[in-house]
Design a protein around this ligand. Structure first.
Ligand SMILES: *Cc1c(COP(=O)(O)O)cnc(C)c1O
Length: 419
């Protein structure tokens, strides 16, 4: 099935009068509806809480929309914590799931009273020198081995730098208990961008079993289980998207089969979704500025990998729509490129598309998460603006485009002139 952009050519033509391409635009209505579906799918669990993974799209306007939907923030760095603070989040509405954590990050997380998720057992001693332990803390688990669903290997936790081993988890619980921590949650992230309704249920069952063991072994109360991120989106039009209601039901089944019989029917389910919350509700809008006919057919855009790194970095697929030509036959085969001096700066390779004219507006789909946020300044390219298509149809700029002055802001040219 073809993907339909949430903006039309007419709308984009209006936008570019004020905000030149390229820009990322987000769909407020889609974001809110999806957030409500997630909450409904887990409404069987009274303590359910989603912490939006800020790294996916660190824009305070979007975080505020999510906050209005009852969603908190999952932060992993100092500046992400500052962002959460700026949108008015604090305490139990912030999860701090970091790794290789600098002291000042722990210090700020403690000051904001965030739930601190220890990535490693050695972080407990490290943290103790910085801030007092809280009543409620969290530990990140890495089960090692390969993570399989049925017979398909989803990922290889044994090669991942995150989390503690199973024996370390018990030690960490006992150690934190000794330091006065009353309740400890557990967290794990085993596979990224999963497009199967069984990822969360499989992970949940594993964590529920571990939680039941840990509570027995250590006597520590486990208030929540954090399933983290990893629920993916269908980037390819032929993929079957995840059904969040089936996912919620699958987790519920594991909960009733494992936690309830263990006398742990009061445990809250937490999630830290990034991609699932926002990816489909963002587009990168760019303009075709060059065409080139050599050994292949190229269309060059005014956007490049600095605006969306996923294709260059992972060979990721992003659907492309030529705005205004939605119904036209895909009669051409193009490489759609940016202008970086890197040959992997291609949004698409050998993509079948309608005939593109210079000046056409191009919509790159599913850029709402891990899109703008992975941007960079290579080749002196500047970060784009971010716009919001509000529920009432109006368009608001929620981050201006960078200028050359921003790019040079960390340099002192006056000192260069002195000798
Ligand atoms: C990246 C990340 C997430 C979000 O992952 P998505 O795949 O975007 O859902 C959640 N938690 C942690 C700790 C992460 O590093």
């Amino acid at each position: 099935m073809k993907k339909k952009p949430f903006v039309t050519l007419e709308q984009v033509k209006e936008m570019v009068k004020k905000y030149p391409t390229p820009f990322h635009i987000y769909d407020e209505k889609g974001i809110r509806e999806n957030a409500r579906r997630l909450k409904e799918a887990f409404s069987w669990n009274p303590g359910f809480h989603e912490y939006f993974a800020v790294k996916a799209t660190p824009n305070p306007y979007l975080m505020k929309i999510l906050k209005e939907e009852g969603i908190g923030a999952d932060c992993s760095s100092y500046t992400e914590l500052l962002l959460a603070e700026k949108v008015g989040l604090h305490g139990q509405n912030i999860m701090f799931s970091s790794n290789v954590t600098p002291a000042k990050d722990f210090e700020l997380a403690a000051k904001l009273d965030a739930i601190i998720n220890f990535d490693d057992i050695t972080h407990i001693d490290f943290y103790e020198k910085i801030a007092p332990f809280k009543e409620v803390m969290c530990c990140r688990f890495n089960p090692g081995g390969k993570f399989q669903i049925h017979n398909t290997i989803m990922d290889s936790p044994q090669d991942a730098k995150y989390g503690m081993t199973r024996p370390q988890l018990t030690q960490a619980f006992l150690k934190l208990k000794e330091k006065g921590v009353k309740q400890i949650g557990i967290h794990s992230f085993l596979a990224s961008n999963t497009v199967t309704n069984e990822y969360y249920p499989t992970l949940a069952r594993l964590l529920f079993q571990v939680a039941a063991e840990l509570q027995k072994e250590t006597g520590v109360k486990i208030p929540f289980i954090n399933l983290s991120g990893g629920v993916g989106v269908a980037y390819r039009p032929e993929q079957e998207p995840n059904d969040i209601f089936a996912i919620g039901e699958g987790v519920k089944k594991a909960y009733q089969e494992v936690l309830v019989p263990a006398g742990m029917g009061d445990v809250a389910i937490f999630t830290e979704l990034g991609r699932f919350m926002l990816a489909p509700y963002g587009h990168l809008i760019a303009q075709a500025i060059h065409e080139k006919h050599t050994y292949k057919e190229y269309i060059g855009l005014d956007a490049c990998a600095a605006n969306l790194m996923r294709p260059a970095m992972y060979g990721a697929y992003h659907e492309i729509t030529v705005l205004g030509k939605e119904e036209e036959l895909c009669s051409q085969v193009y490489d759609i490129t940016g202008g970086l001096c890197e040959n992997n700066d291609k949004f698409a390779v050998d993509r079948k598309l309608p005939k593109i004219e210079i000046g056409d507006y191009i919509c790159i789909h599913d850029t709402g998460a891990h899109g703008f946020s992975m941007g960079y300044n290579y080749n002196g390219k500047l970060r784009s603006a971010e716009l919001l298509l509000c529920e009432d149809g109006s368009v608001k700029q929620i981050r201006r485009a960078e200028t050359a002055e921003d790019y040079f802001a960390t340099l002192d040219f006056d000192a260069l002139e002195e000798k």
